[in-house]
Design a protein around this ligand. Structure first.
Ligand SMILES: Cc1cc2nc3c(=O)[nH]c(=O)nc-3n(C[C@H](O)[C@H](O)[C@H](O)COP(=O)(O)OP(=O)(O)OC[C@H]3O[C@@H](n4cnc5c(N)ncnc54)[C@H](O)[C@@H]3O)c2cc1C
Length: 429
């Protein structure tokens, strides 16, 4: 379970010592999974005076948390009105407020715990095509605007001045977003949690979770943990440790490619404002620069083959279409990782049994939301009210056929995306 040969593994801050679990241990809370969600939960639990033990099959950040695009995205893919409709009048304001605060939480944690992770907050840019992109962006600007967020809209020329490409028809900049080095952030969360008293064990796969008296016993190859509470924080890497949990999400492998550092001439043309950019397309791409001015682009990879790394040739082609100045640049890194999708694009906070909770289904937006779910899971343990509703587990219908469904979504999505890109560029009304 080594880290992939990624840009993040090559440029991360050093990892804290997280030896495998040995022998019998006890804690208030046992946490399965050492990504942003599990690590944030451990940190917040430790700050609340609870003893927490994290068990991670690889090392902290080994999963998606150490492999992602590092974009601190505001919001979910669906607009506030859809969120309000889903959660209803009583719950929606708390959910929307939580969503609004999630990017701040990331930058606050970085500041409060002195996490060195090359973070920048130039804003998050959404760029799109055609009537679909326009409707999406208009809803975002209007609805988040009504909630007090000042989102700037850009037509094609304005967007070109902002991000250096006239490839898109229109876009917007949401000031809440930014980017960071994700593996360094995960390692920083681990260090902060350990400093507050949490125990973190790498190379420790949990093999089973069983009731033990009033609490739970978690068995690993080298030891076991007895705990009053259990948190499952395994997202796209959910295995069979809790029967049925894997059926609540559809794992999706996403790929990323990164160039050599760009020279000064290219840098004048590519992302001059150093924004984090994501497309509104259904089969979307996202891109940014890293600390050393490498261009980093990711996109939906393969629904049918969850192995990594896959081909990233399509990402290189797309990158050069977006920024012709990237023609001839050297591409140094390619890697992949698993995200977890849900049918309605929203994450889940489950109560699986007495004092057993899970937080997962971040739909490719887990930098801010995984960190925030650590807070939500902490509140669930403390018996405090959560912003996110706690639900019984709900599994995806016909989960066994999910790959066909996802492939269908990707294929039809790409066709619709192509149609949007060919439309006459619309202007904001
Ligand atoms: C390529 C890619 C790009 C992405 N880009 C972005 C982005 O730019 N912005 C954004 O917000 N989000 C992005 N995401 C999504 C984001 O990375 C995830 O939502 C987030 O990292 C999830 O964090 P997590 O802690 O819940 O899960 P993970 O980080 O995936 O961690 C789960 C961990 O659980 C461990 N585990 C599983 N089973 C067991 C077991 N039985 N015992 C012990 N350990 C176990 C695994 O080893 C794994 O490390 C991206 C995802 C991918 C794959």
């Amino acid at each position: 379970m080594n880290l992939p040969d990624s840009l993040w593994a090559a440029s991360a801050a050093p990892a804290a010592d997280t030896p495998p679990l040995a022998g019998k241990q006890g804690a208030d809370v046992a946490i399965v999974g050492g990504g942003f969600t599990g690590l944030s939960a451990a940190l917040h639990l430790a700050e609340a005076g609870k003893s927490a033990i994290v068990m991670e099959a690889g090392e902290p950040g080994w999963g998606a948390s150490g492999r992602n695009g590092g974009q601190v995205n505001p919001g979910w893919r669906i607009a506030p009105s859809e969120i309000a409709a889903k959660y209803g009048g009583n719950r929606a304001p708390a959910v929307l407020d939580m969503l609004d605060r999630a990017p701040d939480l990331v930058f606050d944690l970085i500041g409060r715990h002195g996490i060195a992770c090359d973070h920048e907050r130039p804003g998050f840019v959404h760029a799109g095509f055609g009537r679909f992109g326009k409707a999406y962006l208009e809803a975002w600007v209007k609805e988040w605007g009504e909630l007090g967020v000042t989102v700037e809209r850009y037509d094609r020329a304005g967007l070109e001045a902002l991000i250096g490409t006239g490839f898109y028809h229109l876009g917007m900049r949401d000031p809440r977003g930014g980017h960071l080095q994700p593996l360094s952030y995960a390692r920083g969360l681990a260090r902060a949690a350990i400093a507050k008293g949490a125990a973190i064990h790498g190379k420790t796969r949990v093999r089973g979770v069983h009731r033990e008296g009033r609490g739970w016993r978690l068995a690993t190859d080298g030891g076991e943990v007895e705990a009053e509470h259990v948190l499952l924080c395994t997202n796209g890497y959910t295995d069979k440790v809790w029967p049925g949990l894997g059926k609540a999400v559809a794992p999706l492998t996403s790929f990323i490619a990164a160039t050599e550092p760009l020279d000064a001439e290219r840098l004048r043309q590519v992302l001059p404002g150093r924004h984090a950019v994501a497309e509104t397309r259904r089969a979307l791409h996202y891109f940014r620069l890293d600390r050393d001015n490498r261009f980093v682009i990711g996109g939906r990879g393969n629904f049918t083959n969850l192995n990594e790394p896959g081909s990233v040739e399509h990402l290189k082609r797309v990158a050069t279409r977006i920024y012709p100045a990237l023609e001839g640049v050297g591409w140094r890194y390619k890697w992949g990782g698993r995200a977890a999708l849900t049918p309605d694009h929203t994450p889940r906070l489950f109560k699986l049994a007495d004092r057993v909770h899970a937080g997962l289904g971040f739909n490719g937006r887990g930098v801010a939301m995984g960190s925030m779910f650590g807070v939500q899971l902490t509140r669930a343990v403390l018996g405090e009210e959560t912003d996110m509703p706690i639900e019984p587990i709900d599994v995806i219908p016909n989960h066994a056929f999910r790959q066909f469904g996802l492939t269908w979504f990707l294929v039809t999505g790409r066709l619709l995306d192509r149609g949007d890109a060919r439309e006459t560029p619309p202007a904001f009304g």
